[in-house]
Design a binder for this molecule. Structure first.
Ligand code: MN
Ligand code: MN
Length: 466
């Protein structure tokens, strides 16, 4: 290499666009911040394996930052720091800004805190062949065979006959037992392995082993089931009928861990979408802003954003309207001036499955948080296609704050697709675009992300709020 760039090379660098690896672009001091931020994120992940737990963890963090609970009808004033809990499963953490609401609108970051998992059925318990099992119905888009032969923890809530609610969380402590979905040994798996991957393990085979010790009484026919029931009764006050009003989920029992000799990556359950929810939350808790900012951590995204805790529920719109009312602003005017980042993960380019990506428009690991101008499938069907104007506005902000970021589509054209909550916010007349962290092995029991992308996502949110 010559010491001086040739004229053509300098011109090329000036005119051409190339993605940057954020680790490479970052100074030593900045890399330190990237790593420090990841520690807080991993701790959050280990506390927040279900939407209920993520909601509780977010509320705790908000309280520690001086935020107080808001209920519909409460008075609000500029500078207020509040959180609004929706049925214990979703939470909106927000700050009321000093800027004129009607003129400047709100800055919204919407992420989800539910993740694919294995839910226990309402009548689940049975005993067979020396084992006791729970029947399940999976939640979200999973490759069923990935959830067998790994340690599972049980998390959830049970409403007992008398109305008391008990929390279940077992399998996370090193001393706890864990649970297990079995798979067939390869020696007898010839026929299974010749089948379609979708059918290797069928939904009704996802039964969780929860016991194996017979109750010592000859007169009892279902001895192992009784041992399990007695344990549930002693520990949680449950009887079998209480499963009818329970929400219990099996999730991977692994904690979040650094991956790689250089610890650049994080492996964990549920990066989708806590890897956006945690930065959204911390940005609203810590960011400098004069705007009214909201981090919406919502539920049910993995099953279509339905129900009273999903993004399609009116409750989020009602909350925004209540804030406007309390501040004496017209909701119509406010939402027209509002901006939203729909923050969900995207697929990171995976060289081991290169054929489903178009490399130039794929999210590259460690090249920063990733904007998807549109999502959807086929001819952009079912997509919120953000305008060039809104993308341009964000681009300018990110450049000003030095955010390393990238754009991508989820896979090559017609390879598949997906979508998230952007369209529901756009429907309210709020400019919205998707922005989130690229993930390897999305929806697997243990997903992979880059610490650089996590931190870049946080920096992008801070810039968005400025
Ligand atoms: Mn997601
Ligand atoms: Mn997902």
């Amino acid at each position: 290499m010559s010491e001086k760039k040739s004229k053509g090379q300098a011109l090329y660098e000036e005119l051409a666009y190339e993605k940057k690896n954020y680790f490479e672009a970052a100074s030593k001091a900045e890399r330190k911040k990237v790593f420090a931020y990841a520690e807080g994120y991993k701790a959050f992940l280990d506390q927040a394996k279900t939407e209920r737990e993520a909601c509780a963890a977010a509320v705790k963090m908000a309280q520690e930052s001086g935020f107080t609970e808001y209920r519909f009808g409460d008075a609000l004033a500029a500078g207020d720091k509040k959180y609004f809990v929706n049925r214990g499963k979703s939470v909106v953490v927000f700050r009321v800004g000093t800027k004129d609401l009607e003129k400047h609108g709100m800055r919204i970051i919407a992420s989800h805190i539910d993740a694919p998992r294995i839910d226990v059925k309402q009548n689940p318990l049975y005993e067979e062949a020396g084992m006791c099992f729970l029947k399940t119905h999976y939640y979200g888009g999973i490759k069923k065979y990935q959830w067998t032969a790994i340690p599972l923890a049980l998390h959830g809530a049970v409403v007992l006959k008398d109305g008391t609610e008990v929390e279940i969380r077992i399998g996370e402590d090193a001393k706890d037992p864990v649970f297990y979905i079995d798979d067939l040994l390869p020696h007898l798996g010839q026929e299974q392995m010749a089948g379609r991957a979708a059918k290797i393990i069928e939904g009704e085979q996802l039964n969780i082993v929860v016991g194996g010790m017979p109750y010592p009484d000859e007169d009892v026919s279902k001895k192992i089931k009784l041992t399990v029931l007695r344990h549930l009764n002693e520990k949680y006050g449950m009887c079998e009928e209480d499963f009818l009003s329970a929400e219990i989920s099996a999730v991977p029992a692994f904690p979040a861990r650094d991956v790689g000799f250089d610890r650049a990556l994080i492996g964990a359950y549920g990066h989708d979408d806590r890897v956006c929810a945690y930065p959204a939350l911390t940005a609203v808790l810590n960011g400098e802003t004069e705007d009214t900012v909201l981090a919406m951590l919502v539920d049910k995204e993995e099953i279509g954003s339905e129900g009273t805790t999903g993004m399609q529920c009116k409750v989020y719109e009602d909350l925004m309207e209540e804030i406007c009312l309390a501040m004496g602003a017209s909701f119509r005017k406010v939402r027209f001036a509002s901006k939203c980042l729909s923050s969900d993960v995207t697929a990171a380019y995976d060289p081991n499955f290169a054929s489903v990506y178009e490399k130039m428009n794929a999210a590259m690991l460690s090249c920063g948080t990733c904007m998807c101008k549109f999502t959807g499938r086929g001819g952009k069907s079912g997509s919120n296609d953000a305008s060039a104007e809104f993308v341009g506005e964000l681009r300018k902000k990110f450049a000003k704050e030095g955010v390393v970021w990238q754009t991508a589509e989820l896979g090559k054209v017609d390879a598949g697709g997906g979508g998230t909550v952007a369209m529901y916010l756009a429907k309210l007349n709020i400019d919205t675009v998707d922005l989130g962290v690229p993930v390897i092995s999305m929806h697997a029991p243990w997903e992979l992300i880059s610490k650089a992308d996590l931190y870049s996502n946080y920096l992008a949110f801070l810039a968005f709020m400025k």
